[in-house]
Design a protein around this ligand. Structure first.
Ligand code: AMP
Ligand code: ZN
Ligand code: FE
Ligand code: FE
Length: 289
Protein backbone atom coordinates (compact mmCIF):
# COMPACT_ATOMS: atom_id res chain seq x y z
CA UNK A 1 0.00 0.00 0.00
CA UNK A 2 1.29 3.47 -0.87
CA UNK A 3 0.16 7.08 -0.30
CA UNK A 4 1.04 9.70 -2.89
CA UNK A 5 -0.76 12.71 -1.40
CA UNK A 6 0.34 13.90 2.03
CA UNK A 7 0.74 17.29 3.74
CA UNK A 8 3.31 18.30 6.37
CA UNK A 9 3.95 21.31 8.59
CA UNK A 10 5.44 22.94 5.50
CA UNK A 11 1.85 23.68 4.53
CA UNK A 12 -1.25 22.93 6.61
CA UNK A 13 -0.43 19.44 7.90
CA UNK A 14 0.32 18.95 11.59
CA UNK A 15 3.28 16.55 11.27
CA UNK A 16 6.82 17.17 10.05
CA UNK A 17 8.09 15.33 6.95
CA UNK A 18 10.14 13.05 9.20
CA UNK A 19 7.12 12.25 11.38
CA UNK A 20 5.13 11.41 8.25
CA UNK A 21 7.77 8.93 7.11
CA UNK A 22 7.81 7.30 10.55
CA UNK A 23 4.02 7.07 10.55
CA UNK A 24 4.17 5.67 7.03
CA UNK A 25 6.47 2.90 8.21
CA UNK A 26 4.26 2.14 11.21
CA UNK A 27 1.23 1.98 8.92
CA UNK A 28 3.04 -0.47 6.67
CA UNK A 29 3.23 1.79 3.62
CA UNK A 30 5.88 0.97 1.03
CA UNK A 31 6.05 4.42 -0.58
CA UNK A 32 5.07 7.97 0.27
CA UNK A 33 4.99 11.25 -1.63
CA UNK A 34 5.12 14.58 0.18
CA UNK A 35 2.82 17.07 -1.56
CA UNK A 36 2.60 20.29 0.44
CA UNK A 37 0.48 23.15 -0.88
CA UNK A 38 2.59 25.45 -3.08
CA UNK A 39 5.66 24.65 -1.02
CA UNK A 40 8.65 22.31 -1.29
CA UNK A 41 10.47 23.39 1.87
CA UNK A 42 10.16 19.87 3.29
CA UNK A 43 11.62 17.98 0.32
CA UNK A 44 15.12 17.40 1.68
CA UNK A 45 14.04 16.51 5.22
CA UNK A 46 11.51 14.12 3.71
CA UNK A 47 13.97 12.33 1.42
CA UNK A 48 16.57 12.10 4.19
CA UNK A 49 13.97 10.46 6.44
CA UNK A 50 13.04 8.05 3.62
CA UNK A 51 16.72 7.09 3.28
CA UNK A 52 17.06 6.59 7.03
CA UNK A 53 13.85 4.58 7.30
CA UNK A 54 14.37 2.66 4.08
CA UNK A 55 11.13 3.74 2.44
CA UNK A 56 10.58 4.80 -1.16
CA UNK A 57 9.81 8.52 -1.23
CA UNK A 58 8.92 11.08 -3.86
CA UNK A 59 9.38 14.80 -3.23
CA UNK A 60 6.34 16.56 -4.60
CA UNK A 61 4.09 19.58 -4.37
CA UNK A 62 0.38 20.39 -4.74
CA UNK A 63 -0.23 23.54 -6.75
CA UNK A 64 -3.54 25.38 -6.24
CA UNK A 65 -4.20 26.67 -9.74
CA UNK A 66 -6.35 29.58 -10.79
CA UNK A 67 -9.69 28.43 -12.19
CA UNK A 68 -12.11 29.91 -14.67
CA UNK A 69 -15.56 30.99 -13.52
CA UNK A 70 -17.88 28.01 -13.16
CA UNK A 71 -15.23 25.54 -12.07
CA UNK A 72 -14.35 24.28 -8.58
CA UNK A 73 -10.83 24.02 -7.22
CA UNK A 74 -8.02 22.79 -9.47
CA UNK A 75 -5.06 21.24 -7.70
CA UNK A 76 -2.10 19.89 -9.60
CA UNK A 77 0.26 17.42 -7.99
CA UNK A 78 3.88 17.62 -9.10
CA UNK A 79 6.00 14.51 -8.42
CA UNK A 80 9.80 14.37 -8.47
CA UNK A 81 10.03 18.14 -8.87
CA UNK A 82 13.41 19.81 -8.30
CA UNK A 83 12.65 22.49 -5.68
CA UNK A 84 15.87 24.31 -6.57
CA UNK A 85 15.04 24.74 -10.25
CA UNK A 86 14.83 28.51 -10.96
CA UNK A 87 11.33 28.26 -12.45
CA UNK A 88 10.11 26.58 -9.25
CA UNK A 89 11.86 29.08 -6.98
CA UNK A 90 10.41 32.03 -8.91
CA UNK A 91 6.86 30.68 -9.22
CA UNK A 92 6.51 29.38 -5.66
CA UNK A 93 8.12 32.63 -4.44
CA UNK A 94 5.40 34.59 -6.23
CA UNK A 95 2.70 32.47 -4.61
CA UNK A 96 4.28 33.03 -1.19
CA UNK A 97 4.49 36.81 -1.75
CA UNK A 98 0.87 36.70 -2.86
CA UNK A 99 -0.07 35.10 0.46
CA UNK A 100 1.75 37.79 2.44
CA UNK A 101 -0.09 40.48 0.47
CA UNK A 102 -3.40 38.71 0.99
CA UNK A 103 -2.87 38.24 4.73
CA UNK A 104 -2.39 42.00 5.16
CA UNK A 105 -5.68 42.65 3.30
CA UNK A 106 -7.57 40.03 5.36
CA UNK A 107 -6.39 41.65 8.59
CA UNK A 108 -7.37 45.12 7.31
CA UNK A 109 -10.82 43.83 6.41
CA UNK A 110 -11.36 42.12 9.77
CA UNK A 111 -10.24 45.26 11.59
CA UNK A 112 -12.47 47.31 9.28
CA UNK A 113 -15.41 45.15 10.37
CA UNK A 114 -14.71 46.19 13.95
CA UNK A 115 -12.97 42.96 14.99
CA UNK A 116 -9.91 43.66 17.09
CA UNK A 117 -6.97 41.49 16.04
CA UNK A 118 -3.23 42.04 15.70
CA UNK A 119 -0.95 40.49 13.09
CA UNK A 120 1.37 39.15 15.82
CA UNK A 121 -1.46 37.00 17.23
CA UNK A 122 -2.12 35.38 13.87
CA UNK A 123 1.54 34.86 13.14
CA UNK A 124 2.18 33.34 16.57
CA UNK A 125 -0.41 30.65 15.80
CA UNK A 126 1.42 29.72 12.60
CA UNK A 127 4.86 29.61 14.22
CA UNK A 128 7.31 28.81 11.43
CA UNK A 129 4.52 27.86 9.04
CA UNK A 130 2.97 29.89 6.26
CA UNK A 131 0.01 31.86 7.60
CA UNK A 132 -3.30 30.78 6.09
CA UNK A 133 -6.98 31.37 6.73
CA UNK A 134 -7.17 28.58 9.36
CA UNK A 135 -4.77 30.64 11.50
CA UNK A 136 -7.01 33.68 11.14
CA UNK A 137 -9.95 31.47 12.16
CA UNK A 138 -8.14 30.29 15.30
CA UNK A 139 -7.09 33.84 16.18
CA UNK A 140 -10.73 34.95 15.89
CA UNK A 141 -11.77 32.12 18.21
CA UNK A 142 -9.06 33.04 20.75
CA UNK A 143 -10.33 36.63 20.74
CA UNK A 144 -13.91 35.44 21.25
CA UNK A 145 -15.08 36.96 17.97
CA UNK A 146 -16.36 33.61 16.65
CA UNK A 147 -17.36 30.29 18.21
CA UNK A 148 -15.55 27.86 15.91
CA UNK A 149 -13.45 27.52 12.77
CA UNK A 150 -16.62 26.84 10.78
CA UNK A 151 -18.21 29.98 12.26
CA UNK A 152 -15.13 32.02 11.29
CA UNK A 153 -15.28 30.77 7.70
CA UNK A 154 -19.06 31.05 7.38
CA UNK A 155 -19.19 34.62 8.64
CA UNK A 156 -15.89 36.12 7.52
CA UNK A 157 -13.26 34.06 5.74
CA UNK A 158 -14.96 31.89 3.11
CA UNK A 159 -15.18 33.03 -0.50
CA UNK A 160 -17.91 35.64 -0.82
CA UNK A 161 -17.70 36.62 2.86
CA UNK A 162 -16.76 40.15 4.02
CA UNK A 163 -13.12 39.40 4.96
CA UNK A 164 -12.37 37.15 1.98
CA UNK A 165 -9.47 38.15 -0.21
CA UNK A 166 -8.39 36.15 -3.23
CA UNK A 167 -4.74 35.28 -3.59
CA UNK A 168 -2.33 34.95 -6.47
CA UNK A 169 -2.37 31.53 -8.09
CA UNK A 170 -0.53 30.06 -11.05
CA UNK A 171 -2.77 29.28 -13.98
CA UNK A 172 -3.07 25.52 -14.70
CA UNK A 173 -0.80 25.70 -17.74
CA UNK A 174 1.90 27.57 -15.77
CA UNK A 175 1.71 25.01 -12.98
CA UNK A 176 1.98 22.05 -15.34
CA UNK A 177 4.82 23.60 -17.35
CA UNK A 178 6.70 24.46 -14.16
CA UNK A 179 6.45 20.86 -12.94
CA UNK A 180 7.62 19.48 -16.29
CA UNK A 181 10.49 21.96 -16.65
CA UNK A 182 11.71 21.06 -13.17
CA UNK A 183 11.94 17.38 -14.10
CA UNK A 184 8.65 16.34 -12.50
CA UNK A 185 5.44 14.61 -13.50
CA UNK A 186 2.15 16.57 -13.35
CA UNK A 187 -1.00 14.83 -12.10
CA UNK A 188 -4.42 16.38 -11.47
CA UNK A 189 -5.46 15.90 -7.84
CA UNK A 190 -9.07 14.91 -6.96
CA UNK A 191 -10.25 15.79 -10.51
CA UNK A 192 -13.96 15.94 -9.65
CA UNK A 193 -13.39 18.93 -7.35
CA UNK A 194 -12.51 20.84 -10.49
CA UNK A 195 -15.27 19.46 -12.75
CA UNK A 196 -17.97 17.08 -11.51
CA UNK A 197 -19.35 16.34 -14.97
CA UNK A 198 -17.46 13.42 -16.50
CA UNK A 199 -17.73 14.53 -20.13
CA UNK A 200 -16.61 18.07 -19.32
CA UNK A 201 -13.80 16.73 -17.15
CA UNK A 202 -12.60 14.54 -19.98
CA UNK A 203 -12.54 17.50 -22.37
CA UNK A 204 -10.62 19.62 -19.83
CA UNK A 205 -8.12 16.86 -19.11
CA UNK A 206 -7.54 16.38 -22.79
CA UNK A 207 -6.59 20.07 -23.13
CA UNK A 208 -4.28 19.93 -20.13
CA UNK A 209 -2.65 16.77 -21.42
CA UNK A 210 -1.57 18.75 -24.47
CA UNK A 211 0.29 21.10 -22.08
CA UNK A 212 2.03 18.23 -20.28
CA UNK A 213 -0.41 16.75 -17.76
CA UNK A 214 0.62 13.11 -17.37
CA UNK A 215 -1.98 11.65 -15.02
CA UNK A 216 -4.93 11.93 -12.69
CA UNK A 217 -5.42 11.02 -9.04
CA UNK A 218 -7.96 8.24 -9.49
CA UNK A 219 -7.89 6.88 -5.93
CA UNK A 220 -8.65 9.48 -3.26
CA UNK A 221 -10.21 9.58 0.20
CA UNK A 222 -13.30 11.51 -0.86
CA UNK A 223 -14.09 9.66 -4.08
CA UNK A 224 -17.16 7.42 -4.19
CA UNK A 225 -16.67 4.00 -5.84
CA UNK A 226 -18.58 5.31 -8.87
CA UNK A 227 -16.25 8.30 -9.15
CA UNK A 228 -13.20 6.05 -8.94
CA UNK A 229 -14.53 3.87 -11.73
CA UNK A 230 -15.27 6.94 -13.84
CA UNK A 231 -11.75 8.29 -13.33
CA UNK A 232 -10.14 4.98 -14.22
CA UNK A 233 -12.28 4.99 -17.38
CA UNK A 234 -11.30 8.54 -18.32
CA UNK A 235 -7.61 7.83 -17.65
CA UNK A 236 -7.69 4.81 -19.90
CA UNK A 237 -9.46 6.70 -22.66
CA UNK A 238 -7.01 9.60 -22.58
CA UNK A 239 -3.94 7.45 -21.89
CA UNK A 240 -3.18 9.22 -18.60
CA UNK A 241 -1.49 7.43 -15.73
CA UNK A 242 -3.35 7.04 -12.45
CA UNK A 243 -2.16 7.78 -8.93
CA UNK A 244 -3.75 7.69 -5.50
CA UNK A 245 -3.44 9.28 -2.10
CA UNK A 246 -5.23 10.11 1.11
CA UNK A 247 -4.59 13.88 1.43
CA UNK A 248 -3.46 13.19 4.99
CA UNK A 249 -3.15 16.38 7.08
CA UNK A 250 -2.68 14.94 10.59
CA UNK A 251 -4.67 16.77 13.28
CA UNK A 252 -5.78 19.41 10.76
CA UNK A 253 -8.13 16.84 9.19
CA UNK A 254 -8.37 14.17 11.88
CA UNK A 255 -10.85 11.95 10.00
CA UNK A 256 -8.30 11.16 7.27
CA UNK A 257 -5.77 8.44 8.14
CA UNK A 258 -2.43 8.10 6.40
CA UNK A 259 -2.77 5.58 3.59
CA UNK A 260 -6.35 4.67 4.53
CA UNK A 261 -8.24 7.91 4.09
CA UNK A 262 -11.62 7.63 5.81
CA UNK A 263 -10.87 3.94 6.37
CA UNK A 264 -11.54 2.20 3.10
CA UNK A 265 -8.87 3.73 0.87
CA UNK A 266 -6.05 1.49 -0.30
CA UNK A 267 -3.67 2.50 -3.07
CA UNK A 268 -1.97 -0.72 -4.19
CA UNK A 269 1.78 -0.87 -4.80
CA UNK A 270 0.99 -1.49 -8.47
CA UNK A 271 0.21 2.23 -8.81
CA UNK A 272 3.86 3.14 -8.25
CA UNK A 273 5.75 1.68 -11.26
CA UNK A 274 3.89 3.68 -13.93
CA UNK A 275 4.64 6.90 -12.05
CA UNK A 276 8.30 5.95 -11.57
CA UNK A 277 8.44 5.04 -15.23
CA UNK A 278 7.12 8.49 -16.19
CA UNK A 279 9.73 10.06 -13.89
CA UNK A 280 12.55 8.20 -15.59
CA UNK A 281 15.61 6.92 -13.79
CA UNK A 282 18.07 8.95 -11.75
CA UNK A 283 15.68 11.65 -10.55
CA UNK A 284 17.40 12.96 -7.37
CA UNK A 285 14.04 14.01 -5.89
CA UNK A 286 12.93 10.41 -5.75
CA UNK A 287 14.41 7.93 -3.30
CA UNK A 288 14.01 4.29 -4.29
CA UNK A 289 14.37 1.79 -1.52
P1 AMP B 1 -5.84 29.30 2.60
O1 AMP B 1 -4.82 28.41 1.97
O2 AMP B 1 -5.22 30.33 3.50
O3 AMP B 1 -6.78 29.89 1.60
O4 AMP B 1 -6.72 28.36 3.54
C1 AMP B 1 -7.23 27.19 3.00
C2 AMP B 1 -7.53 26.21 4.11
O5 AMP B 1 -8.62 26.72 4.88
C3 AMP B 1 -8.00 24.86 3.60
O6 AMP B 1 -6.93 23.94 3.56
C4 AMP B 1 -8.99 24.41 4.64
O7 AMP B 1 -8.33 23.62 5.62
C5 AMP B 1 -9.46 25.66 5.31
N1 AMP B 1 -10.83 25.97 4.89
C6 AMP B 1 -11.23 26.47 3.71
N2 AMP B 1 -12.57 26.66 3.68
C7 AMP B 1 -13.02 26.27 4.91
C8 AMP B 1 -14.31 26.22 5.53
N3 AMP B 1 -15.41 26.64 4.89
N4 AMP B 1 -14.40 25.75 6.80
C9 AMP B 1 -13.28 25.34 7.45
N5 AMP B 1 -12.04 25.35 6.93
C10 AMP B 1 -11.91 25.81 5.68
ZN1 ZN C 1 -4.30 21.23 2.86
FE1 FE D 1 -6.04 19.38 -2.89
FE1 FE E 1 -3.95 18.03 -0.62
Amino acid sequence: MIDLHVHSTNSDGSETPEELVLRGRQTGLTALALTDHDNMGGAEEFLNACRTQGMTGIAGVEISADVEEGHGTLHILGYGVNPKHPVVAVNLGRVLDGRAWRNERILEKLNGLGLELEWAEVQALAGEDVVGRPHFAQALIDRGHVSSVADAFDRFLAKGCPAYVDRYRLCPEEGIRMICEAGGVAVMAHPFSWEPDEAKLEAGLSELKAVGLAGIEALYSEHTPEQTVALLRVAKKLDLLTTGGSDYHGRTKPDIALGKGFGSLCVPDAYLPPLLNALGSGNPWVYLK
